[in-house]
Design a protein around this ligand. Structure first.
Ligand SMILES: [Zn+2]
Ligand SMILES: [Zn+2]
Length: 344
């Protein structure tokens, strides 16, 4: 079968044939119907700093944002049947290490990541532990179901950053995670949601379609945040840019006691002027991934919001065109590119 693999610790990815995966004890074979290209896939493709830890797992089939159908059950699997439509939680834990035993699977010593450290979904078939599969409704279109994972990241960010009813929220970065965060923030009772980007009319337009009250393109009239948003004027900032400068500038937007939550992956350290940070009693929090509670919340709201969320998916392409899909993203000509391995 055709797969998209990361083979070497340098720029690029490779379309290559590979035998269909076998399935072991407790595993299922999933036929992938839709798999999104994630920001982290782009980082891995470009091999930007921050992904060195994946090097030992190469070559690996990339892709972690997928939906599909259970095609075959391995020995010892119960609770799933062939043909069941599912989404797959890409990070999974061992269940036996000290952290897992202590009820903190997030901190598992033996954590695996589908599409990063074990083979993922840029393929027709992928074998995954049965416990990573969550059944979904028959009626959910595969490309919408494939948005679950990035929405989960936004859900977790809002959960960590907390939003009280009526609070003004700024989201920095109109990438998928920023858009997901803005969408969930609005649904979580924010008084206003402003999404900020730079030279990014496509994705800022989608932010509007998703319910953002205001969008700001820093390319129009001043490149500093404070040229557009009054300093000390909002309660919550979510940073999904990966630019160190956005941390300092974002903190400047917060009222005293404000909370900034960072979800961006930063290739370089950021510096913070700590004294005003301390005097103004600000908080900086980190959010990453999401737990089963986030998956359940997102899956519960997907069916009623599929029209709005469909705006995020600008391209659906066959696997054979995956490289072009990555390049579309790099040129910012796409928002979410979804690959359909069964297409073409
Ligand atoms: Zn992702
Ligand atoms: Zn563990």
């Amino acid at each position: 079968m055709l797969t998209l693999q990361k083979t070497d610790p340098r720029f690029g990815a490779v379309l290559a044939e590979k035998p269909e995966p076998s399935i072991g004890e407790g595993e299922v074979l999933v036929e992938v119907e839709a798999v999104g290209i994630c920001g982290s896939d782009i980082h891995m493709y470009e091999w930007t700093p921050g992904y060195e830890w994946v090097e030992l797992s190469l070559p690996v089939v990339m892709g972690h944002e997928f939906s599909g159908r259970v095609a075959k059950l391995g020995p010892g699997v119960s609770g799933l049947s062939e043909g069941t439509p599912v989404v797959v939680t890409p990070g999974y834990f061992c269940g036996t290490c000290a952290e897992c035993q202590a009820g903190r699977p997030d901190a598992c010593y033996n954590k695996k990541s589908i599409g990063l450290t074990v083979d993922g979904g840029f393929a027709r078939y992928v074998s995954v532990p049965a416990r990573t599969c969550i059944p979904i409704g028959e009626d959910l279109p595969p490309h919408i179901a494939a948005l679950t994972e990035p929405l989960v990241v936004g859900d977790r960010a809002v959960q960590i950053g907390t939003i009280e009813p009526g609070q003004d929220v700024v989201v920095l970065g109109p990438g998928i995670i920023g858009l997901a965060t803005a969408f969930i923030a609005k649904r979580s009772g924010a008084g206003s949601v402003t999404v900020v980007g730079k030279s990014d009319p496509l994705r800022l337009g989608i932010a509007k379609q998703l319910g953002a009250d205001r969008v700001i393109d820093l390319a129009d009239g001043g490149s500093r945040l404070s040229d557009h948003i009054e300093e000390r004027s909002v309660e919550r900032v979510f940073e999904a840019t990966g630019f160190g400068e956005s941390i300092t500038q974002g903190l400047g937007l917060l009222k005293d006691y404000g909370i900034m939550t960072s979800i961006g992956i930063h290739p370089a350290p950021a510096s913070i002027d700590i004294t005003p940070f301390v005097r103004r009693k600000l908080q900086l929090r980190g959010a990453h991934g999401g737990g089963r509670d986030c998956w359940d919340r997102v899956l519960a709201m997907l069916p009623d919001n599929q029209n709005a969320l469909g705006a995020i998916v600008t391209h659906q392409i066959p696997l054979s065109e995956a490289i072009e899909g990555f390049e579309l993203n790099r040129r910012r000509e796409a928002c979410k590119v979804v690959i359909r391995p069964g297409m073409g």
